[in-house]
Design a protein around this ligand. Structure first.
Ligand SMILES: *Cc1c(COP(=O)(O)O)cnc(C)c1O
Length: 396
């Protein structure tokens, strides 16, 4: 697993005008400490050896790329290839980040971990690595998300984590993150905040990108091996942005389209398109695009997929948008569900609802690119956690 170290944020932790650190003074020192431990770890061959071994034997890496032949045929455009992060232990890309941060927490001597979770995938990944290393895990989760992602709540309990329901606000990811940060501020001496996405104050966006960038590094080499050339486009869904930046990073200097997919929700007023429809503001310690009103008040978001139901986005995506390197488009609940069913029926793969947004957009991009082209999609997770909610919604 290479840590590329290119496209680094500046000394203030900014990607262009985005990112930085907007936190209370007490947390500043903890972030400095984390940044130092991160730099030490990245420069230490023992850290990489430990991470590689866990990636191979515990997580199941490298994940394959897969040519979705029947889906490609039905869509009638470019070949669609999937990077199979759904095959990771615990069912999504979140474990890549959790393993790396657990190793860093151990280096810091911090044995209590707090985390936020939306769909529960990051909570499960956190609970998993904490069980593996004997760390205490406290996971904040919105009450609404607890309702719609029940299987993951049960899993976290079995793994020994304490799940704290958050009833504030809409009871979703933003509210859970507020509570996790509040806990961390009060316990920062003994606690590591294991953030689940490439968001938050510096160094988190950079740290999480580096821990997830093996997705793109692997996929790029695998595509060159299988197709003898690079894809014409890479597509991934964007909640906070970690699976997307992890896939995009390796392709950043290549001549291919980079397409991030946000949740367009009901297709009208209720959505979670921070990049496409937000304004520049500060949320959870960093400057980025935020779904807020003119007074900076965060507005209500909606997505069928809990993991994309977040009014902010990681600062590096804001920078990729502002510089024109990446495009960010929306897919509605209905179109994501249609994409979900097509992958089930045509490929025998049940995707996460988050990933289904990327699949729906990849079909459109494949038509735009046309026959002879190649589109690579980040299949960020599997859909086990979503089957009950979808069955209830569709009366199955
Ligand atoms: C959490 C999650 C996401 C969204 O988070 P990012 O940080 O944007 O990647 C997407 N897909 C799955 C399967 C998830 O669990």
């Amino acid at each position: 697993m290479s840590v590329t170290g290119t496209h680094r944020p500046d000394a203030l932790g900014r990607f262009g005008q985005f990112g930085g650190r907007f936190v209370p003074e007490t947390v500043m020192a903890a972030l400095d400490e984390l940044e130092a431990a991160m730099s030490d770890a990245f420069a230490d061959p023992a850290f990489h050896a430990q991470r590689d071994a866990l990636g191979r034997d515990f997580v199941g890496r490298p994940t394959p790329i897969y040519h979705a032949e029947r889906l490609s045929e039905v869509v009638g455009g470019a070949q669609i290839w999937l990077k199979r992060e759904d095959l990771n232990h615990t069912g999504a890309h979140k474990i890549n980040n959790a393993v790396g941060q657990a190793l860093i927490a151990l280096r810091l001597g911090k044995r209590r971990i707090v985390a936020e979770t939306g769909a529960g995938q990051h909570g499960v990944a956190t609970a998993t690595v904490c069980a593996r290393f004997g760390l205490d895990a406290v996971v904040y989760m919105g009450a609404e998300d607890i309702r719609r992602q029940r299987p993951n709540v049960v899993r976290m309990g079995m793994l020994g984590a304490e799940v704290v329901p958050v009833t504030a606000g809409a009871g979703t990811l933003k509210d859970a993150m507020n509570e996790a940060i509040r806990d961390w501020i009060a316990t920062v001496e003994t606690t590591h905040y294991m953030i689940g996405s490439a968001a938050g104050p510096h160094p988190y966006p950079y740290l999480v990108r580096e821990l997830q960038s093996l997705i793109g590094t692997e996929a790029r080499a695998q595509m060159l091996g299988a197709c003898r050339r690079l894809p014409d486009a890479v597509v991934a869904c964007v909640g906070g942005g970690s699976n997307a930046i992890g896939l995009f990073h390796a392709f950043r200097d290549d001549p291919c389209r980079i397409v991030g997919v946000e949740a367009a929700g009901d297709g009208a007023d209720l959505h979670a398109q921070s990049l496409a429809k937000g304004r520049v503001s500060i949320l959870h310690g960093s400057r980025s695009y935020v779904l807020a009103n003119e007074d900076g008040q965060v507005v209500e978001t909606h997505s069928i997929s809990a993991g994309l139901d977040y009014p902010g986005v990681g600062p590096e995506h804001a920078h990729l948008l502002a510089t024109g390197r990446a495009e960010y488009l929306g897919e509605s609940d209905a179109d994501a569900l249609a994409g979900f069913h097509r992958l089930c029926r045509l490929e025998g793969i049940i995707p996460a609802l988050e990933s289904s947004h990327a699949l729906a957009r990849a079909e459109r991009v494949a038509r735009e690119v046309g026959p002879g082209g190649i589109v690579l999609v980040g299949l960020s997770g599997r859909g086990d956690k979503d089957v009950d909610a979808i069955a209830a919604r569709e009366g199955i």
